[in-house]
Ligand binder design. Structure first.
Ligand SMILES: *[C@@H]1O[C@H](CO)[C@@H](O)[C@H](O)[C@H]1NC(C)=O
Ligand SMILES: *[C@@H]1O[C@H](CO)[C@@H](O)[C@H](O)[C@H]1NC(C)=O
Ligand SMILES: *[C@@H]1O[C@H](CO)[C@@H](O)[C@H](O)[C@H]1NC(C)=O
Length: 338
């Protein structure tokens, strides 16, 4: 009897959590012809998004109004990642040959080229910034990842020499699904990236260690998509985007003790393939993918579905228990947690 009551109470609790959670996804925009994968949240009022067909979106009023730009001369390009520094200044990355990074200083009306590489087979995946320091990673041209860095907000970029970089395995590459597979450490000191494809690994530039990840592997569509940190803890999500309901080997947690990395498997995995993960705080995380949005309130150990709405990328609102998410067909949403 007590058990049944407890069961009923916990069911009720789950239901309330779930109902409260779903109501808190506000779809701000949908139905524009662009697949959005780039997202950068400056503050609660100001966010930028970027995607295919040369599209960039900017809002400075929390999404009440959204200004859409088609970047002139780049109408066919796919801007897979965006990094914004303010409501006026941002960088966008056009992924494949030629790989190009553009910068605007006038809220998206005009763009100047700050980087270009016309090498055949170029494919840039993601950028990350900590203040003025930035890094951008691309798929291997032979067996080394392609990495460029900047120390002046993307005004100029330098390529990291190949001899400084690890050799990847055949068929190992990066996913340009949410712009979050590389992360710069605080003060731009070293970086970490995660890879996917036939094998899936994590690479730490500080100790030059390339470690295998226990995630879906063996196909072009498998592996790690996104890495996020909270102090000495972290999480990596991914899976198999060709089978996005597969809810195994799609998430790995880790913690760092005395400089050594220890991997932990969640007790209840996210509901399917996830392309991006973020910490809202120490215990609360959100992950999104074509399989929907999931939430964890146990530091990533257990995951619950939150919404069936599909998204490619998600970013925390600085200083707030909320996030923005973007996806296919120009979808942009705001997610508020209590
Ligand atoms: C990098 O991130 C992109 C999108 O965020 C993803 O598609 C790509 O697979 C990632 N690369 C790796 C190596 O995980
Ligand atoms: C990366 O290597 C440095 C230097 O050994 C270490 O302090 C840090 O904890 C490592 N980070 C991860 C995520 O393994
Ligand atoms: C979320 O999971 C619960 C419990 O398994 C299920 O009843 C519910 O239908 C799911 N919601 C969605 C939106 O998939």
């Amino acid at each position: 009897m007590v058990l049944i009551k407890r069961f009923a109470v916990s069911l009720l609790f789950l239901f309330i959590c779930y109902a409260a959670a779903t109501q808190n996804i506000a779809i701000l925009s949908r139905g524009t012809k662009t697949s959005l994968r780039g997202l950068s949240v400056v503050n609660k009022q100001c966010f930028w998004a970027s995607g295919s067909y040369g599209k960039v979106a900017l809002s400075t009023d929390g999404g009440k109004t959204i200004k859409w730009h088609t970047v002139q001369g780049y109408e066919k390009r796919d801007f897979r990642d965006i990094e914004a520094f303010s409501a006026s200044t941002a960088l966008i990355m056009a992924v494949d040959a030629p790989a190009i990074i553009l910068k605007t200083r006038d809220s998206g009306y005009t763009w100047q080229k700050v980087f270009e590489d016309t090498s055949k087979g170029m494919f840039l995946d993601a950028m990350d910034f900590k203040g003025r320091n930035g890094i951008c990673i691309g798929d291997p041209l032979i067996d080394k990842p392609y990495i460029i860095t900047t120390d002046n907000y993307g005004e100029s970029w330098q390529k990291i020499e190949e001899k400084e970089l690890p050799a990847l395995q055949k068929g190992e590459a990066f996913f340009a699904s949410s712009g979050t597979n590389i992360t710069l450490r605080k003060n731009g000191n070293g970086y970490l990236f995660v890879s996917g494809g036939l094998t899936s690994s994590i690479y730490n530039s500080s100790n030059k260690e390339l470690l295998p990840l226990n995630l879906q592997k063996g196909k072009e569509s498998t592996g790690a998509n996104s890495i996020a940190f909270y102090k000495n803890k972290g999480i990596i999500v991914g899976g198999d985007f060709a089978r996005d309901s597969l809810a195994i080997n799609n998430c790995v947690l880790f913690h760092i003790k005395k400089g050594a990395i220890n991997f932990v498997t969640p007790t209840k995995n996210p509901t399917g393939y996830k392309s991006a993960v973020i910490y809202l705080n120490k215990n609360t995380l959100l992950a999104c993918g074509t399989s929907g949005v999931d939430i964890s309130v146990t530091g990533g150990k257990e995951w619950l579905n939150f919404s069936r709405e599909s998204f490619h990328a998600i970013q925390k609102t600085p200083g707030s228990n909320s996030a923005y998410a973007v996806g296919a067909n120009g979808k942009i949403a705001f997610i508020q947690l209590q």
